[in-house]
Design a protein around this ligand. Structure first.
Ligand SMILES: [Fe+2]
Ligand SMILES: [Fe+2]
Length: 360
């Protein structure tokens, strides 16, 4: 019988869980307050309240001691995307809805592989280990982005918590599996806008890691990566997802997206000014030829410069219906050719990221 360590929060009822699962799994139950002294096993189920952010660090620390191939499943409330996204940011290999049942848990723990996971089918691109490897992170981030974009589209405030959780799911995947795996997975995604935001976020996180930015700045960049093109939610879909290059008129409409982004975020509370700068200025260029304000040189802060390089690179390596994805080498050459438009030192520092030689 499979040995499963269950970690329960204050609300978890060990007796009920034993009754439900006991005949099928060998269960060891520990309260979250008492996990410090215990060692994570191969099969772990968390039944804790992930809407309480104070628990996150405790869980994260404890999971550092788990075996590399451990299965970590979180039970969450149905339809709570925030909880699901947090679970994936913590390194969940799967998430199941409460109440936990034998079939769901067995499947999530990987001991009953008879049914394929349909929800990953749309994301998978014929790569057999796609779902197994890092798809949960992609799925969580896509769901997070969908919420963020639909709020912006409807003129509703964007929830900074949801953005941060989705950004953290990407940080976790990029740090755990490396940027090239992330790029490969995201390229399989069908929506150009989401694919772009996911790629740029992964790239900017990888870039921040490469140049040794602080955790706080990397967090800022992952947040901004998710949000930088949020104004595109207000660009007509036929322009946004056009299966070919844009004409001049369409390009002018598209250029409004940084301002639209700020309009959307101004309706949200708690979005810090440096984040707003990243959204508004990610298309500014050092020689003053960018938009919307034609800023130049010292008017453009470093984090914005980093974002701009990652954004251009992300756009070049995307898979589009009308063109194959460009290789990292070819895209990097274009960055070099942009000369004085980009920060030369940063472009140089970006080379291991672009050429796939950055440390995973
Ligand atoms: Fe943009
Ligand atoms: Fe972008």
């Amino acid at each position: 019988m499979l040995q499963v360590s269950i970690v329960g929060g204050a609300h978890a009822r060990p007796e009920e869980l034993r009754k439900r699962l006991g005949g099928h799994f060998d269960i060891a139950f520990t309260r979250l307050e008492e996990i410090e002294g215990s060692v994570p096993g191969q099969y772990i189920l968390f039944d804790v309240d992930l809407s309480d952010p104070s628990l996150i660090i405790k869980i994260k620390d404890w999971l550092k001691g788990k075996p590399g191939d451990a299965r970590v499943v979180f039970a969450t409330d149905k339809s709570s995307r925030l909880q699901n996204t947090r679970a994936y940011a913590l390194g969940a290999t799967d998430v199941i809805s409460r109440p936990v049942d034998v079939r769901g848990l067995a499947q999530a723990l990987g001991c009953n592989q008879t049914e394929p996971k349909d929800e990953f089918a749309a994301l998978a691109n014929g790569s057999p280990d796609f779902a197994a490897k890092a798809a949960p992170g992609v799925k969580a981030a896509v769901e997070g982005l969908q919420d963020i974009f639909s709020s912006a589209f409807a003129g509703k405030p964007v929830e900074p918590e949801a953005v941060a959780a989705a950004g953290e799911a990407i940080v976790h995947d990029v740090e755990a599996h490396g940027l090239s795996t992330w790029i490969q997975l995201v390229r399989a995604h069908h929506s150009q806008t989401y694919q772009h935001c996911l790629l740029v976020t992964g790239v900017v996180v990888g870039f921040g890691q490469q140049i040794g930015l602080s955790q706080a700045d990397r967090k800022r960049l992952s947040f901004a990566g998710m949000l930088h093109d949020i104004g595109k939610a207000r660009i007509p879909l036929e322009i946004l997802e056009k299966p070919g290059p844009l004409n001049n008129e369409e390009r002018e409409v598209m250029k409004r997206h940084p301002q639209y982004g700020i309009d959307a975020l101004n309706e949200a509370r708690n979005v810090p000014q440096d984040m707003l700068d990243l959204v508004l200025h990610h298309h500014e260029l050092l020689d003053g030829t960018g938009y919307p304000h034609g800023l130049s040189g010292g008017e453009i802060p470093d984090l914005v410069r980093i974002m701009t390089i990652s954004d251009i690179f992300g756009a070049l390596i995307e898979r589009r219906s009308y063109k194959p994805p460009m290789s990292g080498d070819a895209a990097y050459k274009i960055l070099l050719d942009m000369g004085a438009k980009l920060d030369k030192d940063l472009v140089r520092a970006f080379s291991p990221v672009a050429l796939g030689r950055a440390a995973a």
